[in-house]
Design a protein around this ligand. Structure first.
Ligand SMILES: *Cc1c(COP(=O)(O)O)cnc(C)c1O
Length: 241
């Protein structure tokens, strides 16, 4: 285990760098999103001191609290968890990105609730690439239709797609799951959409994701260490702890 958060970030950046080299992709093609869910604001501050700017959160109130505690440090907040329609307003007001758009109703609320003074909210359509094994994300065969509708909403900027495949030790299975997202991105680009982001890859599978074309890996455990959930805030069903 690395000694400090700064060491851990350096190690994850090195993993991303060698994955890019292996895949023949330029260094810097893949951004690191540090997933700070359940971690205290002090841990986020330590990561920020080590040069990390973008942080991912799964729970609305937790993101809002940390964004306020660390305001003025130039951090970027990405909401990556399941989003219910009664919780969209604080997300629209606080987040810079939302990775987990899986229904048009949620997208419409985020668009309408985005404060007028802020740039459009960057959004990704979450796709369920693992079939019945997973509950989060829209079905691959409805993703293009949802993405087109999201792209028309004035408060949002469609940036691409996100997935959380079921864990697998089989490299071919992982490659196929990530490949689904890569193909959908290519289809949107062929229609003229400027979708530059594929959010895929976590601590355990970031190499496979980078090989398949990921542009943003969401890494929690490898940056901050193992998570322990407080008794009162168990992960919701369908979320990835
Ligand atoms: C928790 C979480 C991650 C980070 O997972 P690790 O395995 O800790 O890297 C990434 N994406 C989502 C959507 C998550 O919920």
């Amino acid at each position: 285990m690395p000694q400090t958060i700064a060491d851990a970030i350096a190690q994850v950046r090195a993993r991303i760098g060698s994955a890019c080299r292996e895949a023949g992709r330029p260094a810097g093609a893949v951004m690191l999103l540090a997933v700070s869910k359940t971690q205290p604001a002090a841990a986020v501050a330590a990561a920020a001191d080590a040069g990390q700017r973008a942080f991912g959160e799964n729970y609305v109130q937790e993101m809002v609290d940390k964004a306020h505690a660390l305001a003025g440090r130039g951090l970027e907040w990405h909401f990556i968890g399941p989003l219910q329609s009664n919780k969209t307003r604080p997300v629209a007001e606080t987040a810079d990105w939302v990775h987990s758009v899986e229904r048009l109703k949620i997208a419409g609320r985020l668009s309408a609730q985005r404060p007028a003074g802020r740039p459009p909210l960057n959004v990704l359509v979450q796709v369920n690439v693992s079939g019945e094994a997973s509950k989060s994300g829209c079905a691959p065969d409805t993703a293009l239709e949802l993405a087109r509708a999201v792209a028309r909403l004035p408060g949002l900027r469609l940036r691409g797609l996100m997935c959380i495949p079921e864990p697998s030790d089989d490299a071919a299975v992982l490659a196929a799951r990530f490949g689904t997202l890569t193909r959908l991105q290519a289809a949107l680009q062929a229609e003229g959409y400027a979708v530059d982001t594929l959010s895929m890859g976590m601590s355990a599978d970031l190499e496979a994701a980078v090989a398949a074309g990921s542009t943003m890996v969401r890494v929690g455990t490898a940056v901050f260490g193992a998570r322990t959930y407080p008794q009162t805030e168990a992960p919701q069903e369908g979320s990835t702890p």
